[in-house]
Design a protein around this ligand. Structure first.
Ligand SMILES: Cc1cc2nc3c(=O)[nH]c(=O)nc-3n(C[C@H](O)[C@H](O)[C@H](O)COP(=O)(O)OP(=O)(O)OC[C@H]3O[C@@H](n4cnc5c(N)ncnc54)[C@H](O)[C@@H]3O)c2cc1C
Length: 416
């Protein structure tokens, strides 16, 4: 077993871990970043919908969740630009229409009250902070009711009670992943160790012993500080250093389909159906779309401290061909019932991601904890920092907090 030292060790090279590494690198602080996969940005941060949440979806929670998402969204582009040096990775979807299902957990008027509150807050934030933007834009109007004609042009109204046209957008996570991998490679302060799975962490008094296995066999590292950004494996590792998991933890495995749209749907509206067990269509500028339909795509549910390893293959993008064909056919069929034409899209890829959240019941229960995403951020215990990004939207913002914690810990311990 090889044994070496890293002064700051970051576990997990998704957007959260990679972002913390790049931020510390920018501040001139050397870090070691490791991941179980052969490349960075290969899991949830790659295989997600890419929506940069303004907070609209969080209508059935305390306003804190929406406010946190809005805060992350208004900083998302500029923080990434600071790490990546440009906006070339920014590939934007068409704006989202929020279609209100007939059996939505909230009625259209209640949704409108929430959207208005977010719009007011967004305007206040943009007025007070000229440096903020939403993916390069400074929108004044975030939503309006769609007209009956607009709805009829694109959607089957049968299942809907109303619709809102919004300014919400999604990015394509694939070009972002490429740009982040290149930035990690370019940064001389980051040592990236791929193909290393962390199995054990122990507090040694003056630091941490982190051990695991991987392509080259067993390994062990000693670090003065550890940052845990391993998403669905995070809480199981935290437990080893004495951090107790939340009691209402939930991991869900959710599949997505990437498909090439028929010509007549190029540039069509992106859609989120609210509020319950529905789905999304994200129309991208390259003629492809992200498709999800919750009742079909949700294929794993556990309150265990970590998901079973059987979820790993799909989360790495490996889904057997016949299973992928079946999932794509069923997701496209279900969406086609209200978004005509989607069944004619050509599936290109089917894979999955783990969603980490807190809750006991599903999203069609108005009282479910899943409607809340406010318990996010950095938990520190000495030189050990556990980072819960909540969403892709909030990960860059939270990376800055995590970098501050790491820097502060070193400052406190360095002789003045
Ligand atoms: C289907 C789906 C759709 C989503 N849509 C959106 C959306 O539209 N908007 C939004 O804001 N958010 C969305 N999210 C949430 C978002 O993807 C996550 O919040 C975010 O990507 C988490 O970032 P992360 O870096 O913590 O996780 P990851 O990107 O998963 O990174 C964690 C890394 O840790 C590594 N790792 C894990 N365990 C170990 C170990 N033991 N040893 C070594 N390495 C390990 C993994 O290989 C991985 O690279 C979605 C999630 C899913 C699954």
């Amino acid at each position: 077993m090889s044994l070496s030292h890293a002064s700051i060790l970051i576990l997990g090279a998704g957007l959260q871990g990679a972002g913390i590494a790049l931020e510390l690198g920018r501040r001139g602080i050397a870090v070691t970043l490791l991941d179980q996969d052969p490349v960075a940005m290969n899991r949830a941060s790659l295989r997600n919908e890419g929506k940069i949440h303004l907070g609209l979806i969080w209508a059935n929670a305390s306003f804190e969740t929406a406010a946190l998402q809005l805060d992350g969204a208004l900083r998302f582009r500029s923080i990434l630009e600071r790490w990546l040096g440009s906006d070339e990775w920014l590939s934007l979807s068409t704006p989202f229409h929020y279609l209100v299902a007939a059996d939505s957990v909230l009625a259209p008027d209640d949704l409108a009250v929430h959207y208005e509150k977010i719009q007011e807050r967004c305007r206040r934030e943009l007025d007070a902070h000229p440096e903020l933007d939403y993916l390069g834009q400074r929108p004044h109007c975030l939503y309006r009711r769609s007209t009956a004609d607009e709805i009829a042009t694109h959607f089957d109204e049968g299942a809907l009670s109303a619709a809102f046209a919004t300014s919400e957008l999604a990015i394509d996570p694939a070009p972002l992943a490429i740009a982040l991998r290149m930035a990690i490679e370019r940064c001389d302060k980051i040592t990236f160790l791929p193909s290393r799975t962390v199995r054990e962490i122990a507090d040694t008094g003056g630091g941490y012993r982190v051990a695991g296995d991987g392509a080259d066999g067993a390994w062990c590292l000693h670090a003065r500080q550890v940052v845990n950004a391993t998403w669905e494996r995070r809480l199981a590792l935290d437990q080893q250093v004495g951090l107790a998991p939340p009691t209402d933890l939930l991991h869900r495995l959710k599949y997505r389909v990437l498909a090439r749209l028929p010509d007549e749907l190029r540039g069509a509206p992106s859609v989120t159906m609210v509020l319950g067990r529905y789905g999304d269509v994200v129309v991208r500028p390259d003629g492809t779309a992200y498709l999800s339909w919750y009742p079909v795509g949700l294929r794993g549910w556990t309150h265990d401290i970590e998901p079973p390893r059987a979820w790993d293959a799909a989360c790495r993008g490996e889904v057997p061909e016949d299973e992928a064909r079946d999932i794509a056919g069923r997701i496209q069929g279900a969406i086609d019932a209200w978004y005509p034409g989607i069944a004619r899209a050509t599936p290109l890829q089917v894979d999955a991601g783990a969603i980490v959240a807190l809750g006991r019941s599903d999203v069609d229960d108005a009282a479910s904890g899943l409607h809340d995403r406010s318990r996010i951020g950095v938990t520190s215990c000495g030189g050990y920092h556990s980072v819960e990004p909540g969403k892709l939207t909030t990960a860059p913002r939270i990376a800055l907090d995590a970098a501050d914690r790491v820097e502060a810990f070193d400052r406190e311990r360095s002789p003045s």
